[in-house]
Design a protein around this ligand. Structure first.
Ligand SMILES: N[C@@H](CCC(=O)N[C@@H](CS)C(=O)NCC(=O)O)C(=O)O
Length: 237
């Protein structure tokens, strides 16, 4: 295994560093400067025509570039003969894929838009903001219910579905969402944080900004202000 991960300190990037750390695959992380629009430069577009991180390049397959975090998670999971993150057998595989696709199609885009409207354009688009709040809250309730009497989201073990949801749920407070009344979700977050590979993945490509601001409203506000100044509205999606 020999990979390069083009990434930045955002949830979709952390999904992939967490998976790589969990699988113990050899990789180097290259930081892409989103605020400088490096992801829209020709060299990057040749890897991902959509101009967004993450991109994984597989050097053992003629430098094959893989983009879209869900596709990368599947690619990595399928390279692992032990099937640690994604069982090949039906029905387990179908269950994991269902939750993985729910994250990709719903929670990621909804919470990403919520983040942009609530934190970077506050008070400007009330109806849109309310829509993204209610949809994100609804999805958190779906997760809370799913985690009733179970440890992991999609199977009786940790899978790519947990990895896909975690970085977004991890930054819930940055997006104004609370897990205080969601005990199953809070316990799942702690289970995820108990995994050393998850902690390592969250600190790629550099120390996690949410971790250091957590629990300190002033620091969190400073982080939002910095993101706003850099016009990062579209960056955290
Ligand atoms: N659906 C894509 C979303 C990727 C995405 O939105 N990446 C953001 C950072 S998390 C990005 O690169 N934003 C820069 C831009 O939009 O120019 C995935 O899951 O990989």
């Amino acid at each position: 295994m020999d990979f390069t991960l083009y990434t930045a300190g955002t949830p979709n990037g952390w999904k992939i560093s967490i998976a790589l750390e969990e699988l113990k695959f050899k990789y180097r992380a290259k930081s892409v400067d989103l605020s400088g629009d490096e992801q829209k430069e020709a060299w990057f577009l040749s890897l991902n025509p959509n101009g967004k991180i993450p991109v994984l390049v597989d050097h053992t397959k003629d430098d094959l570039p893989v983009f879209e975090s869900g596709a990368i998670l599947l690619y990595l999971a399928d390279q692992d003969p032990q099937e640690q993150l994604l069982p090949k057998a039906v029905p387990e595989r179908a269950k994991v894929l269902s939750w993985l696709f729910l994250q990709m199609a719903a929670l990621g885009p909804m919470q990403g838009q919520l983040n942009a409207f609530l934190r970077y354009l506050p008070g400007e688009y009330k109806v849109a903001t309310e829509r993204f709040i209610s949809e994100t809250e609804r999805l958190y309730t779906v997760l809370e219910k799913q985690l009733e009497n179970r440890l992991w989201l999609a199977a009786d073990r940790f899978t790519v579905a947990d990895i896909a949801f975690f970085p977004w749920v991890y930054m819930h407070d940055y997006c104004g969402i609370s897990v205080a009344k969601r005990p199953n979700l809070a316990a799942w977050i702690q289970r995820m944080l108990d995994r050393p590979a998850v902690l390592r993945g969250l600190d790629v490509p550099s120390k996690n900004p949410i971790t250091s601001a957590r629990g300190d409203p002033k620091k969190m506000e400073e982080l939002v202000e910095l993101a706003r100044k850099k016009q990062m509205c579209s960056l955290m999606l």
